[in-house]
Write a protein that binds this ligand. Structure first.
Ligand code: SF4
Length: 212
């Protein structure tokens, strides 16, 4: 795919949705961090249902530590893998209190050192909470990047690096949200909605005519 096409694709995404946002509910970096940890292999809607009850009661590392693992589980037991996630959240809160003055760090190294935080989670927090250009490649972004030809790659790291290199600078900050939303609602896994897609004429997916 050439540069002009990429510029046109992201211009259309921007025109359609000038201020894209995560669908996770949060009001500060700590709430976002915990929501993203909870969202692994779970839906944003499911996580929001849990955090809408949890955060009014506990939305600081100290308050969640005070709940303890069992207390926290009561709030998140509807989310997949909640046992492991509860342990990780408590450990993360302890490290935040003991090492970071209860403040979420704004750098990759410290974020990735937190239990339950991998590269993807760190990228979401860096991008969404701290406004740093970072590309959290999830299943949606991986699929859209490959199908369209925007940034093809064999694995998520390859796609992440290619997106960072190939997405025109002016779109870099919001690209990750546009691509997720496009994959979630239009370029869906099993039957992409090519007939209703705003970048259909630019997309290089060779089977797109089968999904009109
Ligand atoms: S045309 Fe189809 S395959 Fe291409 S981005 Fe749109 S929905 Fe996805």
């Amino acid at each position: 795919m050439n540069k002009e096409k990429r510029i046109e694709i992201f211009s259309r995404f921007r025109d359609a949705n000038p201020k894209p946002e995560t669908e996770l509910n949060y009001s500060n970096p700590f709430e976002l961090l915990i929501a993203v940890i909870l969202s692994a292999q779970a839906t944003d809607v499911g996580v929001n249902k849990a955090t809408d009850k949890l955060y009014p009661v506990a939305n600081t590392p100290e308050a969640i530590l005070a709940l303890g693992v069992d207390g926290l589980k009561e709030y998140i037991k509807t989310i997949g893998l909640f046992n492991t996630k509860a342990e990780n959240v408590i450990k993360t809160c302890r490290i935040l209190v003991e090492k970071h003055n209860s403040v979420v760090p704004d750098n990759r190294e410290d974020l990735e050192a937190l239990p339950g935080v991998g590269r993807k989670t760190a990228n979401v927090v860096l991008n969404t909470a701290f406004g740093q250009p970072a590309m959290a490649v999830d299943t949606h972004i991986f699929r859209v990047s490959n199908r369209t030809g925007i940034a093809p790659g064999k694995n998520v790291l390859e796609v992440e690096k290619r997106l960072m290199r190939l997405v025109p600078k002016e779109f870099l900050l919001d690209a990750h949200h546009w691509l997720i939303l496009h994959g979630r609602y239009t370029c869906v896994a099993r039957k992409p909605r090519c007939g209703a897609c705003i970048i259909e004429d630019l997309c290089e997916f060779k089977d797109k005519n089968d999904y009109q």
